[in-house]
Design a protein around this ligand. Structure first.
Ligand code: PRT
Ligand code: ZN
Length: 212
């Protein structure tokens, strides 16, 4: 019998709500805590617990058939996968942050400036679209401290409440993209697997309609 493999973030901001959605779909997980794999009792799904950054690549390669990941990571990675459905949780923005005393009016003020980010592709494409030339510094974490240590004049980072920007003397000046968790699928699923995916989508739709 066919089983769909779904990749879920092992631990982080997507994990809890991803598993909650699965549970609300009536799917029961058999997992020992801390394991990298789990199966379901009553639905043909197998779970792989991975770092979110690795999920789009594993889905493209077919190591997993499905995945749940932030749209921000999906767009940045540029993997060739299908965006099946927006899931409505882990909502956030990818935003430009600047010194709170900067009287920022629009993106053109970043012309010739340096910007620290973990999202060089999304930011680069956005700036190109706006015809702004800026220097992008790719850093993998603690982006918010870049201006205070003189590494960059602005940042482009994930924001939800905005308190991390504030506590680093920055303010949210411009929104580059809005993001939420999305269900992704491998492009070339077999007809049998597509059938299981359709059953899963049916259940997710029912859960989402119940919440409206
Ligand atoms: O270990 P792994 O690589 O799997 O996880 P990760 O550390 O890369 O990601 P994780 O768990 O932090 O985030 C997973 C996804 O959650 C992100 O890709 C986003 O789609 C989404 N998300 C939603 C967020 C936030 N909200 C968020 N607030 N991701 C990160 N943050 C950061 C933000 O950058 C800031 O530094 O949380 C901090 C607090 O945010 P404020 O604005 O509320 O202060
Ligand atoms: Zn990550």
């Amino acid at each position: 019998m066919n089983v769909l493999k779904i990749a879920i973030q092992k631990s982080g901001r997507l994990s809890e709500d991803s598993l909650k959605l699965i549970k609300e779909c009536g799917i029961k997980l058999n997992n020992g805590k801390g394991k990298l794999k789990a199966t379901a009792d009553n639905f043909p799904l197998e779970f792989l617990f991975l770092r979110d950054d690795d999920i789009p690549g594993y889905v493209e390669d077919g190591v997993a058939d499905l995945g749940i990941v932030g749209e921000n990571v999906l767009v940045e990675k540029e993997n060739d996968v299908e965006l099946v459905k927006k899931l409505g949780f882990s909502k956030c923005r990818l935003s430009i942050g600047v010194d709170r005393n900067w009287d920022y009016k629009n993106i053109h003020e970043l012309e010739g400036k340096s910007i620290a980010t973990s999202y060089p592709k999304i930011l680069g494409n956005y700036l190109k679209g706006k015809k702004v030339n800026a220097e992008i510094h790719e850093i993998s974490g603690s982006v918010e401290i870049a201006p205070s240590i003189g590494l960059a004049e602005a940042v482009c980072d994930i924001v939800s409440s905005g308190s991390t920007l504030l506590s680093n003397g920055l303010k949210e000046a411009d929104v580059i993209m809005r993001s939420e968790a999305v269900l992704i699928a491998q492009n070339a699923l077999s007809a049998d697997k597509r059938n299981i995916l359709n059953q899963l989508i049916f259940r997710i739709n029912a859960v989402q309609e119940g919440k409206q």
